[in-house]
Design a protein around this ligand. Sequence first.
Ligand code: CTP
Length: 404
Amino acid sequence: MLENRRILLIVSGGIAAVKVPDLIRRLRERGAHVRCILTKGGAQFVTPLTLGSLSGDKVYQDLFSLTDEAEMGHIRLSREADIILVAPATADIMAKMASGQADDLATTALLATDKPVMIAPSMNVMMWTHPATQANLLTLKNREVKVVGPSAGDLACGEVGNGRMAEVPEIIAALTRFFQKNDGQGPLTGLRALVTSGPTHEPIDPVRYIANRSSGKQGHAVAAALAELGAQVTLVSGPTNEADPDGVKVTHVETAKQMMKACSEALPAEIVVCAAAVADWSVEGAKQKIKKEKGAAAPSLNLSENPDILATLSLPGPTRPMLVVGFAAETQNLIESAQSKRAKKNCDWVVANDVSPGTGTFGGDSNTVHLVTADGVESWPTLRKRAVAERLAERIATYVQRHI
Ligand code: CTP
């Protein structure tokens, strides 16, 4: 996706400039052409020689350089790019961009450009959260400036919080996504996803069955969100009232065993999300309707264990999907149960949600989830199920782009 893309990389003066050599290396490995503008502040952290050697191009620093202007005017510099990436973007350069100042080569190029712009902010947490910076950020976002990061963590200034520049793979993923979108593709184009959703119905006899309260809303929303990012999605759904999502191949099933079979037939897939509330047991069902005989004891149900679809799809092997995501519906010890479920079932991520009575999760439109991965637990705010699905799909896209 980055092959032959021309990236004008503006390096402003933040400590995160030390990550820029690696960024240039990774971009060039992917076939991108990188040309750098280094601000005065940026040059305090990284030398023009380093940037020039790695980019294989001249590094531009001076607005009033006669040689530079003769070779390549600042207007041409800003136009001969497919995107301008400001990394790191300090609070200062963001403020200048927001107010349209042009007092050096970097800000002049940014004002003179007609090309898309992406920034990777990097600063102290107080500077990041300051209303001035947040107002500038909003102004830039309203002008369609793309933003990657920052993330939370230890900052070079010794404080902890939001303000760390996005890591190099994250910036690469954001650029890749930008170009894909620009080309009318999604970040998951060319990838196959399998999603399970809804409850299963386990027949007791031809008229009765065992079911659960799953509505299928979350699973269907995940299937739709993955399709919107370009994935080729198969949704295997138990009985629900949800409409089949647009652009998704849907296989309707009733029982866990049918769901297992449909999932096996839908493979191979790079991404699997098991959101279905699969019944753990099936009933040794009667062929005919069980009749109530006067005075007879109540019939007992003979249960046998259903296949665990998530665990089966997560089994190691050459055809194992790149990313398998399970859901954990719990009424107590939410995080611990989700963590142990992740280990027990060998899946990569678990989306844990509290389904206790009163949370309104089952059948409701919103959900409060925690994403449990190998890296730890991320608690998301209460969101509409559609928004949970979109956020999860975005996370999946970032993950697979890093691992492809
Ligand atoms: N799951 C599955 N097949 C099953 C049971 C569960 O694919 N037979 C998947 C669900 O789709 C979900 C995850 O496993 O992604 C967790 O389901 P859950 O019902 O919470 O876990 P169980 O394994 O049933 O464990 P328990 O009921 O003991 O909590």
